[in-house]
Each structure stands twice: as C-alpha cells, then as structure tokens.
Design a protein around this ligand. Structure first.
Ligand code: G4P
Length: 342
C-alpha cells in the first residue's frame, strides 16, 4: 500500500464522534490532534478506473461507489447464465456477509449454487465451520477453501457432481452419453476468482464443438471430465448500503483504503479487535490490558509509540501506525480473524 509522502491528509482528519468508535472517543482524545483548520470533509482519493469512489466524512465515514460498468456487467452475467448449469459464488471467509453481493441470489435464481468460502487460511476456523452450517441451513452448499495453497479446492468437483446429480441423470435419460456440465464463477473483486480459476482449470481450453447456443467469444476451461468453466468470472460490485459493509471490505483490502480516511479506518478496526481479542493483537503491539481499555484512537497512539513511530515534537505518528495496522491485519499477522459471525 502506498503511504502518502506527507502528513497533509491528517490535518483534515476528523475525529469520529458518531457511531461505535465515536461513542467511545472522549473529548480529551479528540483534543490530542491538531485543531482542524477547515470543516471541509477529507478529500477522497483519486477515482479508480473502474469505479468512482466518493468519500465524505460527516462525523461518520460514508463510502459511495458508482461503478460505471455495473449495468453492463449484470447484463453480461444474465446472458451467460443461460449457458451454465450451476454457479459458484466466491466470498471472503473473513467477511461472509459483506463480500456477498445480494444481487447474485436474484440473478442466479433457479440455478444450483455453490458458495466457496475463500481465504479460509486467514479466517477463524471455528467461525468458518459455523458459516458452512449456517449456509447449509439455507440449502446452500458451502466449501471452505484456500485457493492460494489449494487447500479444500479438490472438494469442488465432488460437491458439484452431487449438486447436479439429478440434472446429469436427466440428460443421460434423454440419451446424452457424457453430458458436460458448465459452471460460472461469480464474486466481488479481489475475493480470489482468478486464483481459483487458475488452480482448478486444467489450463486446457474446451473445444467449441457440440455446444449449441454458446456465445461466440466465450471460452470454456475443462475442470475435470464432464465439467467446464467459463474462463471469465462474473464480477459484481459489493453493496455499500451499510457503512459497516464498506469498512469491512476496506479492512480486508477488497476495496482500496485510499477511498477512506486511513486513521478512521484503523480506529474502527481497533474497535473490532478490542471486542474479538485475538491474542496476537496485544502481543504484536505490546499493548497492556490498561492500554487496551483506552478509547481506540488512543490505542492507535500507543501502537505508534510502541513502534517508535513519532513525528517532530514526539507526537505519535498515528497515520503511519494506521497504515501498519491495516497492512498487518490484511497479511493475517494479527491471527486468523473472522469479522462477521454466522
Ligand atoms: P479476483 O480475481 O477475485 O479479483 O481476485 P484474485 O484471484 O486476483 O485474488 C486477489 C488477492 O487475493 C491476490 O493477492 C491473491 O493471491 C489473494 N488470494 C486469493 N485466494 C486466496 C486465499 O485463499 N488465501 C490468501 N491468503 N490469499 C488469497 P494479491 O496480493 O493481490 O496478489 P499476489 O500477491 O498473490 O500476486
């Protein structure tokens, strides 16, 4: 992650005094930062190519994205869905609620669906198991996977075969000798769709023969005998209706934290870490119980101080500490943490 070359941004930093962390932040904590010169909201980072983020801090942080390609992508997915027998939705096991696009259920209604809880190497194992049970109660087959190492990926085809057993049997009853089942991979950006496709596909492009109705230009990969996968995943944007969803996506790196105030984001993460209490958090930053009971912004100051992150005058460099905390959380250095309970 790129760190800004100066402290200019922090001048505009508004202490949160709404929402959860705001409620915990006392007046003295707010006074520890230089007085604001302007009531202007923090400047949003340069818009990304594929989306236009707009941030304004009005005591709480609101993220709004206006993805230009949303409608086009949805239409493309709807069209391609006619060609597949099943859909595999990839979500992030650390944030199974925030990384799910609510449109997917509507778009894919009527299609058998598998949910892959990816990045489970970074999520709390017990909570992942609870998510698998919770999803199965909703009649959704869920498989925890770690596409980076490949762990769990080998369960994909057996689960898919079971899921599509009736369909396969009905094709066979109609006289098809070896029916080919096709799957589309969908998910929000950065959940690991490409990593999964690279791991599961045999890198062999399926031939276009005996494939009536297949859109020209679409390529299919052989997954295993009788299974093919569309080579381009369906990318859907997450929904930011809830401020918490945006924050969780930013904590995990699904959206670039540049669209949010980094210190405020770190303060929100500390709120969560204080609740979840992973031992690595206190150990890594040498935080005493007394320090952990401080308001979250002050905990951030302690992290900066313990790491020797100081600016002129000996003041804690909370901006640098915020970047460090977020980077280390994303790299799972604070342990395997699931932010959303089943
Ligand atoms: P996308 O197609 O859905 O946009 O996601 P992509 O596969 O590009 O994966 C996004 C990032 O998540 C990549 O890291 C990838 O390595 C990582 N990733 C995917 N699956 C897993 C997993 O199961 N566990 C872990 N720990 N990481 C996973 P990156 O930093 O963007 O790239 P790179 O450093 O791996 O090259």
């Amino acid at each position: 992650m790129k760190k800004p070359s100066n402290k200019k941004n922090s001048k505009h930093y508004q202490k949160p005094h709404g929402g959860r962390s705001g409620a915990r932040m006392n007046h003295s904590a707010r006074n520890q930062k230089p007085a604001q010169k302007s009531s202007k909201p923090a400047k949003a980072a340069k818009p990304k190519k594929q989306a236009r983020p707009d941030t304004h801090s009005d005591h709480t942080q609101v993220i709004q994205w206006y993805p230009g390609h949303m409608t086009k992508t949805k239409r493309r997915i709807e069209k391609d869905l006619k060609l597949v027998d099943a859909v595999a939705e990839i979500i992030d096991a650390r944030i199974p609620i925030s990384s799910r696009n609510p449109d997917i259920a509507r778009l894919t209604s009527g299609k058998p669906r598998i949910v892959l809880l990816n990045k489970c190497d970074m999520a709390d194992k017990r909570t992942t198991d609870q998510w698998v049970s919770a999803l199965s109660r909703e009649n959704v087959r869920a498989i925890p996977v770690d596409c980076k190492s490949g762990r769990g990926v080998d369960r994909f085809v057996p689960v898919l075969t079971e899921l599509l057993s009736e369909r396969i049997a009905s094709y066979k009853a109609k006289g098809m000798v070896n029916p080919t089942m096709r799957v589309m991979i969908v998910g929000i950006p950065n959940v690991g769709k490409s990593t999964f496709i690279n791991r599961i596909s045999k890198k062999t492009k399926a031939t276009a023969a005996d494939r009536p109705g297949v859109t020209r230009g679409n390529q299919w990969f052989t997954v295993s005998k009788g299974f093919e996968m569309l080579d381009t995943p369906g990318v859907l944007w997450p929904k930011f209706d809830d401020q918490k969803v945006g924050e969780h996506l930013a904590f995990t790196g699904a959206i670039k934290s540049e669209v949010m105030d980094t210190e405020l984001l770190a303060v929100r993460l500390i709120d969560l870490l204080k609740d979840l209490q992973p031992p690595e958090f206190a150990e890594r930053y040498k935080l005493t119980d007394e320090e952990l009971s401080l308001p979250s912004y002050e905990v951030l100051e302690k992290i900066a101080a313990h790491r020797g992150m100081l600016i002129a005058g000996g003041e804690a460099d909370t901006e640098r500490a915020a970047y460090t905390l977020l980077d280390e959380f994303r790299a799972a250095k604070l342990g395997r943490i699931t932010l959303e309970k089943a």
